[in-house]
Ligand binder design. Structure first.
Ligand SMILES: [Zn+2]
Length: 217
């Protein structure tokens, strides 16, 4: 799991409670008072502590049998490859495109399934890229690497707190489905949720043969 913020907190709680064997969490941040509204692993008494340390304490209290590996650093570039290759499923719970792109590249290279969530203001997205499959699209098929994307982050724009809970829980759900081989994964579909209207939409996403990350382009 990359990112232990609004999405990562609920996702990690469900994964640990479910008895996932080993959960590696990477995040460089410290707990800030403004995080507590949505980052439900943390309490007021851990403000100022490293998120991964506080997260490990909470998760171990929920389920002492789960091995929680904390990496207090910003995982990026080549640094992502080893932890991604060592994981069965990767959860992208970050809030910036540069890291998202780097996680996608590492997952394509190591052929690991990627469960990607995003939430800002009242809008959210959920995607699964099962990169074990040859015909699965990757994140860059949807958001090309060379494309210009306006960077908006929760820290600047804010996010409706329960929305991160909804999407984080869905990320845990899809991760458990992938690990246990249950049902039909969301791979190849983009789910969009508008919290204001409480409406879900889902669109199919095809692999782009010209994708600069997973295709020939
Ligand atoms: Zn691609």
């Amino acid at each position: 799991m990359v990112g232990a913020g609004g999405l990562g907190c609920p996702a990690a709680l469900y994964l640990a409670a479910a008895g996932i064997g080993r959960l590696t969490i990477a995040d460089a941040d410290k707990v800030d008072l403004t995080n507590l509204q949505r980052q439900i692993l943390y309490r007021a008494d851990v403000v100022g502590e490293a998120k991964v340390t506080a997260a490990r304490a909470t998760l171990s209290a929920v389920n002492p049998d789960v091995v929680v590996v904390s990496m207090e650093r910003k995982l990026e570039g080549e640094d992502l490859l080893a932890p991604v290759a060592a994981a069965d499923v990767v959860l992208d719970c970050t809030d910036n495109f540069a890291t998202r792109k780097a996680i996608n590249r590492a997952c394509v290279k190591a052929r690991r399934p990627l469960v990607s969530g995003a939430a800002i203001r009242f809008d959210a997205q959920l995607m699964v890229f099962d990169l074990r499959e040859d015909d699965a699209p990757c994140y860059a098929c949807l958001f090309p690497e060379e494309g210009e994307v306006e960077e908006v982050q929760c820290s600047q724009m804010g996010v409706f707190a329960p929305l991160t809970g909804v999407i984080g829980a869905l990320q845990a759900m899809e991760a458990l489905k992938l690990l246990a081989g249950i049902g039909e994964s969301l791979s190849g579909r983009l789910v969009v949720f508008d919290a204001k209207s409480a409406e879900w939409r889902s669109v199919r996403v095809a692999k782009d043969p010209g994708c600069s990350v997973c295709g020939g382009g």
